[in-house]
Ligand binder design. Structure first.
Ligand SMILES: [Zn+2]
Length: 657
């Protein structure tokens, strides 16, 4: 299906990219732009930029960049058309009707088919809850005290106690066998090869990702006499569901998390519903798994403070301790809410009300106090060796805190609590810190290696970061001395002056023509392979107006073309963003070819030309050296003279008005 240009344009215009990305990333305003932690790679300091004026984003960490459509595609791993459809629905733009032919169905990706199956299943389960079959599940829901509003908000449902009711219903709606299995909705018996519904006779909790799409289910057994099957059953890992990356309730909690700037973490589905219904909307659950790093990173996009509420039994304490260490390591300010033995959030709210739960939240324990209490209960603090062990364990947690000032505060509080000297604590901490740093460096190295592997297949995002560091500031080096024949041949990364030329060419109407006609710049002048490719692409686009705008609008013919364009665009956008982020002044360039712009273009072109001349000079000198005792060919001398003269002129002109 091809969507008319003007409609794509309308979708793009009516999409607020900041709002769109805010659904998944906590953005902070930075001048006219926004920054946040990149959703595409793991980072602790933000290098993900959003430019609302241009409707684009760019990450300097991993190189990903593009417009709203690219963002949705990458984030949800769906096709170009699917991303457009989603954005159209969001922006209230009507798309031309697509006939549901076999062909159009083929074009839908497997991922999208799986999402579709899950959405249909969610609707089906919801309806079933209010049918005769679902009566006892609905009765259970009411007995637990969940209101109609809560049932609707979390779209609870019921899966019929049948081997094929769900399957039959979904197939009638056009869901394929493959999609059913991709979505984890069916299971097959290995021996008989019979396929049957995975969820039977269960109260269903749809698990949604942060943008609200159903990606899996948790199902609670409704027949308590059935002791064969587990009380809670979760979707298996699938194309769209990765349990270690999911937080139950994140979609409903998102706004409250941002507003209140902290999250409440509970264990199960029922706990979450109770807490939410009692008015604490900033609640998420790590259902079906022990808390993971990935879950914390997801939460960290919305809030960096966390109150962990776990059961008070031994298993709960152990889980809380583990969660605590992980959260601390991910840079969270974390507190632990302890509940009386035998209680859970649900029981407290049902029995004592929301105020009682709020009081527990208010009395949450700091990391040091919680660990101290646990050690005391374990009897560790009674003996000197036990105390040493306790302090050591505490220091291990503190060593994970990335922020030094926070660490210092914690040390102070440990010193006070255990009546120890701070110096002694630092003596324990220092070697632990070193170990932690080694580990982190190791992690980083592994991550970089992985990122590099990914990039081998395409453009590297135009990141000269290996040479320039992570900083956004780029200073054109106006010297050609470093260039020699050797690195000129090997040059694959963009040179600073190439970046200057490309950046202006990309974002300034008429710049390409000016460069070609007045400055004699052509593809050959570029030293790096990437520079050559980008310059060609930008000049082609320049025939249609401002290249950046044209490239963003260009609609790829095929999914492959879309991927290629996205890769190139990502590099190109990096060029524009880089300059804009550090200083607002650079914005002035983008309007017309001002004197200043012309000067930069000229100087950059001259610097590039200098590099070529230096390479040539080098080889001329080599020729001279080789022919030391014999006659030097006249043309070599002549050329040497010309090149030297040209070089001198160029050097003199650099940096002049
Ligand atoms: Zn990134």
């Amino acid at each position: 299906m091809r969507i008319p240009e003007h409609i794509v344009e309308q979708i793009r215009r009516q999409t607020d990219i900041v709002e769109l990305i805010s659904d998944v990333v906590r953005l902070r305003k930075n001048g006219r732009n926004y920054v946040g932690l990149c959703p595409f790679h793991n980072e602790k300091t933000p290098s993900f930029n959003v430019l609302p004026d241009k409707g684009i984003f760019k990450c300097f960490g991993c190189g990903k960049g593009g417009d709203a459509i690219t963002f949705v595609r990458e984030q949800q791993k769906i096709s170009y058309i699917e991303a457009l459809q989603q954005l159209a629905a969001r922006a209230g733009v009507e798309l031309p009707e697509e006939p549901d032919t076999d062909e159009s169905r083929l074009q839908r990706s497997r991922t999208e088919e799986a999402y579709n199956a899950l959405r249909f299943a969610g609707n089906f389960f919801y309806k079933q809850l209010f049918s005769d079959d679902g009566a006892y599940a609905l009765e259970y829901v009411r007995r637990r005290g969940f209101s109609q509003e809560t049932v609707r908000m979390f779209a609870l449902g019921f899966s019929p106690d049948s081997y094929n009711a769900t399957m039959t219903e979904l197939k009638a709606l056009g869901v394929t066998d493959e999609a059913l299995s991709d979505a984890g909705l069916v299971k097959s018996n290995e021996e008989s090869e019979r396929v049957y519904d995975r969820f039977r006779g269960r109260l269903m909790f749809p698990i949604q990702n942060s943008v609200g799409r159903v990606i899996g289910f948790g199902g609670r057994r409704m027949n308590d006499e059935d002791t064969q099957s587990p009380k809670y059953l979760n979707s298996p890992q699938s194309l769209v569901y990765n349990k270690s990356e999911v937080l139950y309730g994140i979609f409903q909690a998102k706004d409250a998390l941002r507003r209140l700037e902290y999250g409440i973490l509970v264990e199960g589905y029922a706990d979450l519903l109770s807490v939410y219904q009692a008015g604490f909307h900033n609640v998420v659950a790590s259902s079906g798994t022990a808390l993971t790093k990935e879950q914390l990173r997801l939460l960290g996009r919305f809030a960096k403070r966390l109150k962990i509420v776990y059961d008070s039994d031994a298993a709960g304490v152990k889980a809380a301790l583990r969660g605590l260490d992980l959260a601390v390591e991910e840079g969270f300010d974390v507190e632990i809410v302890r509940l009386p033995e035998g209680d859970d959030p649900d029981s407290i709210i049902q029995r004592d009300g929301a105020e009682a739960f709020q009081a527990k939240l208010d009395r949450a324990l700091s990391l040091v106090d919680f660990k101290g209490e646990v050690f005391r209960e374990q009897g560790l603090l009674a003996s000197p060796t036990g105390k040493t062990e306790a302090v050591h364990s505490m220091m291990e947690t503190i060593a994970r805190v990335p922020d030094r000032i926070k660490r210092d505060f914690m040390i102070q509080s440990v010193a006070t609590r255990f009546a120890l000297r701070e110096e002694d604590l630092y003596a324990v901490l220092t070697p632990l810190l070193r170990r932690q740093q080694f580990r982190e460096a190791d992690d980083r190295q592994r991550e970089t290696a992985r990122a590099e592997k990914q990039m081998e297949t395409g453009y590297n995002g135009g990141e000269p970061s290996a040479r320039q560091g992570r900083g956004l500031e780029m200073v054109p080096e106006a010297n050609g001395q470093r260039a020699n024949a050797d690195n000129a041949q090997r040059q694959t990364e963009l040179l600073p002056e190439e970046i200057e030329l490309l950046r202006i060419a990309l974002d300034t109407e008429g710049a390409c023509g000016y460069m070609k006609e007045r400055l004699n710049v052509n593809e050959e002048l570029f030293v790096s392979q990437q520079g050559k490719a980008l310059f060609t692409m930008i000049c082609e686009a320049a025939q249609h107006g401002t290249p950046l705008q044209y490239l963003l609008q260009e609609q790829p013919e095929t999914e492959n073309a879309a991927n290629e364009t996205a890769a190139l665009l990502s590099v190109a956008i990096g060029l524009v963003v880089r300059r804009e982020t550090p200083s607002e002044n650079w914005r002035n360039f983008n309007v017309t070819l001002e004197d200043h712009t012309v000067r930069i273009l000229r100087d950059s072109a001259h610097t590039l030309r200098l590099r070529h001349l230096d390479v040539e000079l080098q080889s001329l000198h080599d020729a001279l050296r080789l022919s030391e005792n014999s006659d030097v060919p006249l043309e070599v001398l002549q050329r040497l003279q010309n090149v030297s003269a040209e070089r001198r002129l160029l050097v003199e002109s650099l940096g002049t008005a």
